[in-house]
Design a protein around this ligand. Structure first.
Ligand code: NAP
Length: 282
């Protein structure tokens, strides 16, 4: 497992619990040495050391350039029978580029972005959207199943990431509407607990409201999905939409909002930090 961030660490923990994990590597080595000590696995010193010793390599890093960087470091040592599976959210074109760079080595590639948040990763009930050859996906299925409720094969390499882009348009739209609604509720002086419970029970209920409604009303934004990462995803959505001549005003509004929040220094806040803007505060 490469990348022990908010998502990668709990996924690695499920792999370790199931007995599948042999090595971890993380850019900041303290995280991998601590994890390895706790779990009795090896903390690789380099991605190449990990590649030399593993048949299945899972990667969960921040963005496209980070994935490409990691793959480049794996390439010299990768085994021909290996399957590399990327769990990060990147552009479909990046997934295809990475698969092509691995092809001469004989290693397979699966793009398998996930949805379900840090909570889903911890509980092992993520939704996995996979792209790649069926044989490669079947080979790594027992590994993916350790942290997921479902693994859905969407088509060739890149289809998992295309599906994730669709997912993120929905995530961003729900966040825009929910943060606006809760900022309005605060101004109306409605009782927050009762509001969340009555709204969640009806047609406006959502994962976001259930998992982030109470915390955002208490001004807690420190756990979850960094809004700088959603901004990265939305730029991918915009680029896909532009290529296909599709108008995506919700995506444009969300890009404006999250760019403003990143500029104000809130990039590491959970995406529910969007309520800052909707309240008219900074
Ligand atoms: P995170 O907590 O910020 O962790 C990012 C990880 O990537 C860290 O292990 C970091 O290493 C590593 N990394 C970053 N740049 C790197 C580079 N150039 N080379 C090597 N390693 C690098 O992010 P996260 O929330 O786990 O998200 C990871 C991916 O999952 C992202 O693509 C995100 O969009 C996606 N995702 C996140 C969520 C969520 O709710 N958080 C849900 C679904 C999907 P260091 O420890 O050294 O910083």
């Amino acid at each position: 497992m490469i990348g022990l961030g908010a998502m990668g660490e709990p996924m690695a923990q499920h792999l370790a619990n199931a007995g599948y994990l042999s090595m971890v590597w993380n850019r900041t080595p303290e995280k991998s040495t601590q994890f390895a000590t706790r779990n009795g696995v090896t903390a690789a010193e380099t991605p190449a050391q990990l590649a030399a010793g593993c048949n299945v390599i899972l990667v969960c890093v921040s963005a496209d350039a980070d994935l490409k960087d990691v793959i480049e470091q794996l390439l010299p040592a990768i085994k021909p029978a290996c399957v590399v599976c990327d769990l990060s959210t990147v552009a479909p074109a990046t997934a295809r580029q990475v698969a092509a760079s691995l092809e001469p080595t004989g290693a397979g590639f699966v793009d398998a972005p996930v949805s379900g948040g840090v909570e889903g990763a911890k509980k092992g009930c993520l939704s996995v959207m996979a792209g790649g050859e069926s044989a490669n996906i079947s080979r790594i299925m027992p590994v993916l199943e350790t942290f997921s409720a479902s693994v859905t094969h969407m088509g060739p390499v890149g289809s998992g990431q295309a599906t994730k882009a669709v997912n993120q348009v929905i995530v961003a739209g729900i966040a825009e509407a929910t943060c606006e609604a809760l900022a309005l509720a605060e101004k109306l002086n409605l009782p927050s607990q009762r509001l969340l419970s009555v709204v969640s029970a009806g047609a406006a209920g959502s994962w976001f409201l259930d998992h982030r409604g109470a915390s955002m009303l208490e001004n807690q934004f420190d756990v979850g999905f960094k809004l700088s990462l959603l901004l990265k995803d939305l730029l991918i959505c915009r680029s896909l939409a532009q290529d296909l001549d599709i108008h995506v005003p919700t995506v444009e509004a969300a890009i404006r909002d999250y760019s403003a929040l990143v500029e104000k220094g809130h990039g590491d806040h959970d995406i529910s930090g969007l309520i800052h803007l909707k309240r008219g505060a900074d």
